[in-house]
Design a protein around this ligand. Structure first.
Ligand SMILES: C[S@@+](CC[C@H](N)C(=O)[O-])C[C@H]1O[C@@H](n2cnc3c(N)ncnc32)[C@H](O)[C@@H]1O
Length: 197
């Protein structure tokens, strides 16, 4: 499976969650306009969004994090088939472990694409802020969680924790004077955050 089109068709037929089309267009435009050199992704899945970023940032390298062994095996194939493997580092572990390691190594990234476990975004935030380079951009996918995040009132027992965590994630970034955070209400919601300093 070589092309992004083929990967999307595969994801659809196997119900594998990947970035939705309009959100992918925003990620692509971000790559084209900002030309980041170092990119961090949380949530590789089959390697669709990582491939997209590598294709539209021909000089960039991507560090991507995934813990599911089946996804890891598929993503490796994706990168190899496209000849992208030299520009990708796939960290095969839990995202929190990987983020702590990258932070303690003093790594910095110009673009961070956050597309992992939604309930953990807020917990990851202090590490993500440390990992984001000056003037860098953080794009977080699915922040509206099927619309529950913007619905007034209690989302119910099943979704209470994840919705509360996403609301904290969004409001922290919107109130942080070091960032301009814009909520883009398309598909399942994106939060686009630009670091000012
Ligand atoms: C929405 S998918 C990523 C889609 C991918 N970014 C794309 O658009 O092509 C989320 C991925 O995060 C992975 N994931 C979930 N929890 C994780 C964790 N704690 N650590 C690392 N990866 C995790 C899942 O296995 C899944 O493959």
């Amino acid at each position: 499976m070589k092309t992004l089109k083929e990967l999307r068709a595969y994801a659809q037929s196997t119900m594998t969650p990947i970035i939705r089309p309009q959100s992918a267009k925003i990620l692509k435009e971000l790559c084209q306009t900002r030309a980041p050199k170092r990119i961090l992704e949380i949530g590789t899945a089959i390697g669709y969004s990582a491939s997209l970023m590598l294709l539209y940032c021909p000089k960039a390298e991507v560090v991507t994090i995934e813990k599911d062994p089946q996804m890891i095996a598929f993503a490796k194939q994706t990168f190899k088939l496209r000849g992208l493997e030299k520009r990708v580092t796939l960290m095969q572990t839990d995202a929190m472990v990987a983020l702590e390691k990258l932070s303690s190594d003093g790594e910095k990234f110009d673009l961070i694409f956050l597309d992992g476990p939604k309930g953990q975004y807020f917990k990851y935030l202090p590490l993500l802020k440390r990992l984001l380079a000056s003037k860098g951009v953080l794009l977080a996918d699915d922040v509206l969680f099927h619309g529950y995040v913007k619905m007034p009132g209690d989302p119910g027992h099943k979704h209470r924790t994840i919705v509360a965590s996403l609301r904290s994630f969004i409001s922290d970034l919107q109130q942080d004077k070091a960032f301009i955070a814009k909520l883009i209400e398309i598909e399942d919601g994106l939060l686009l955050c630009e670091r000012l300093n």
